[in-house]
Design a protein around this ligand. Structure first.
Ligand SMILES: [Zn+2]
Length: 249
């Protein structure tokens, strides 16, 4: 089975944010064990007194919140980059991300839009590997903090009208699962991916996104795993928009 862990950058519930940013990673069921260990080891280096209690969340690391409050800013940012580099170094994962300008998809709900885009791209990834003779089902795992957004309704629909989703997403095993990010390092990775996207698209800081940019699902030079919905796609220099511009030339 393939797992897709997703989280938002904290933007989903904050309607004053211009964009909604979702990010995450997909991997085979055996991979979380190894990747989680790496984050556990990093937590032991940074906070030896209580590594398990140290939760990796982009906004907490940047803002120096909770445990991170007691760690100097330079050390916090280095730790964040190190965690992103684990993703960059792994050959067993693919990243997915959606940056959705609320106004660009109006009147559609931007969170629903972004989630459906990623669920469908995950499904298509499973179809691609199926065509290579490798049949795997998929499961989406989300941070429960976004359960209170419109994704909750989508998940309910998924359960109640499975046939509707089943026609669209043929390879998913079950309804999306919601878990506590404290309990799984993999959702913490998803949060850090979403946050790197946010720093790039909202704050125009490339440094963090650049560490992981090549890991967004791609094949044959075509990026499938990154969606940027904006009014200004023709002027945007991000890898997703540049690809669209090249296709339409
Ligand atoms: Zn773009």
């Amino acid at each position: 089975m393939y797992l897709l862990y997703l989280d938002d950058s904290g933007s989903a519930k904050n309607v004053s944010d211009k964009e909604v940013t979702l990010g995450g990673l997909c991997c085979y069921e055996q991979t979380p064990f190894f990747l989680s260990n790496k984050l556990d080891d990093l937590a032991s280096e940074v906070w030896p007194d209580d590594p398990i209690g140290l939760e990796f969340r982009g906004s907490s690391i940047f803002g120096g919140k909770e445990y991170w409050r007691r760690i100097k800013k330079d050390a916090r940012l280095e730790t964040y980059k190190k965690a992103l580099s684990f993703l960059e170094q792994s050959t067993a994962i693919r990243l997915f991300g959606a940056v959705i300008d609320r106004a660009a998809v109006s009147p559609e709900d931007p969170i629903e839009y972004g989630f459906e885009q990623l669920a469908s791209r995950f499904d298509r990834y499973l179809i691609r590997i199926h065509k290579k003779g490798y049949h795997q089902r998929g499961l989406i795992i989300l941070d429960k903090s976004i359960y209170e957004t419109s994704i909750q309704r989508l998940a309910r629909e998924f359960r109640d009208e499975g046939h509707r989703w089943g026609r669209k997403l043929v390879n998913l095993s079950d309804v999306p699962l919601f878990v506590d990010s404290k309990a799984t390092r993999m959702v913490q990775y998803a949060d850090m991916i979403a946050y790197a996207l946010r720093r790039y698209y909202t704050n125009h800081e490339q440094e963090y996104f650049n560490i992981i940019s090549k890991k967004f699902d791609n094949e044959g030079g075509v990026i499938h795993g990154l969606v940027h919905s904006t009014f200004y796609a023709s002027g945007c220099q991000c890898i997703a928009c540049l690809q669209k511009q090249n296709v339409s030339l």
